[in-house]
Write a protein of this length. Structure first.
Length: 347
């Protein structure tokens, strides 16, 4: 089992194998209209991270699912990463996870079942970190290995955060650096240096537990996690859903080390190109000389990426206290503006 490289058995990697926003819009279009129950506070009407159902006047249930093909070769780490990524959707709504169900597709004729057992063990470790049980699941024989979770969470209605409720004047923060797709592609191309091998996995395995604390801050007007559509794609959803525009300071955006080195070797995932083809016409770069380099980073598909926070200036003190609790030293990456002809401007 030590010689098996899981990434060689899949055509995509992590959230980079998500269907592009452009194609997804076509797939989700429907001529059938059913009025949702009033208790469904967040559903298909918005492009949010999870569905939310009110169960009484004070509390809500969060329901989400996420799965993908291997982004690392180690089976145990794959289980940890896929689980952290799925659980993140609950944190992105300001909630707390309470239970998870596994989704497993395994290439029975090519990969030993012992590797699948390692994937599940990694998942159990991450679920335990999140304070929940891996309570069951479903498995199929599949041409490519896939793994993920269906996660249930809870959130007080007053703490619920959405991605389409931001307001002009909000400051933007990102809790994890970008570049996972670049480093993961370098691994898949076998050009990743040994001393860089754990940079992306260590970040992807970190839970976004800070989301539950962000839910308690009233000045946090919108919240979402940055995954397969890249920072620009998820910021686009926040802007369009809220009827706003945004300005990003590229130099302030946190980035993983060494990604420029691999970009110089054309190490970027196909998902970056699909992302850009979907929303590139909405983005304006003030520095045209660096626009291509900036695009490859800002549209880079993230797996188990950080949380994108939109907060009113009045909540800055509370926010910094939460950052300190979670040992984060972050600075603003931009701000939200009244809607204008340019949806997102990168300075």
């Amino acid at each position: 089992m030590e010689n098996v490289k899981l990434t060689q058995y899949s055509h995509g990697a992590g959230c980079g194998c998500k269907i592009s926003p452009q194609i997804l819009d076509v797939m989700l279009k429907s001529n059938t209209h059913y009025a949702p129950p009033p208790q469904l506070l967040v559903g298909n009407a918005s492009k949010d991270d999870a569905a939310v159902y009110e169960i009484d006047g004070e509390n809500c249930i969060i329901s989400t699912t996420d799965f993908f093909m291997p982004i690392v070769d180690d089976a145990y780490d794959f289980g940890r990463i896929a689980s952290a990524n799925a659980i993140s959707d609950v944190y992105a709504m300001g909630g707390t996870p309470i239970m998870a169900i596994a989704i497993l597709g395994w290439t029975i004729d090519k990969l030993p079942p012992e590797l699948a057992q390692r994937v599940l063990e990694g998942s159990r470790f991450t679920c335990n970190e999140a304070g929940i049980s891996l309570a069951g699941g479903h498995s199929i024989d599949c041409p490519e290995p896939i793994f993920g979770l269906a996660v249930t969470g809870i959130v007080p209605k007053a703490n619920l955060k959405r991605n389409d409720t931001a307001s002009a004047g909000c400051t933007l923060y990102l809790t994890k650096p970008l570049g996972v797709g670049i480093l993961s592609t370098a691994q898949k191309k076998d050009i990743l240096k040994a001393e860089h091998a754990q940079i992306a996995p260590e970040q992807m395995m970190k839970l976004n537990k800070i989301g539950a604390d962000l839910g308690k801050i009233a000045a946090v007007k919108a919240l979402t996690d940055v995954t397969g559509f890249g920072l620009l794609g998820h910021l686009r959803e926040m802007c369009e859903g809220s009827g706003l525009s945004a300005q990003i300071d590229f130099e302030a955006v946190p980035q993983l080390p060494f990604i420029a080195e691999y970009l110089a070797q054309k190490s970027y995932p196909g998902g970056t190109v699909r992302n850009w083809n979907s929303y590139g016409h909405l983005i304006h770069f003030e520095n045209e000389a660096d626009a291509l380099h900036q695009r490859y980073i800002l549209a880079d598909p993230q797996t188990s990426g950080g949380l994108l926070i939109a907060i009113e200036p009045s909540g800055e003190k509370e926010l910094q206290a939460v950052f300190k609790k979670h040992e984060l030293d972050l600075r603003p990456i931009g701000k939200l503006l009244p809607k204008n002809e340019k949806l997102i401007v990168v300075k």
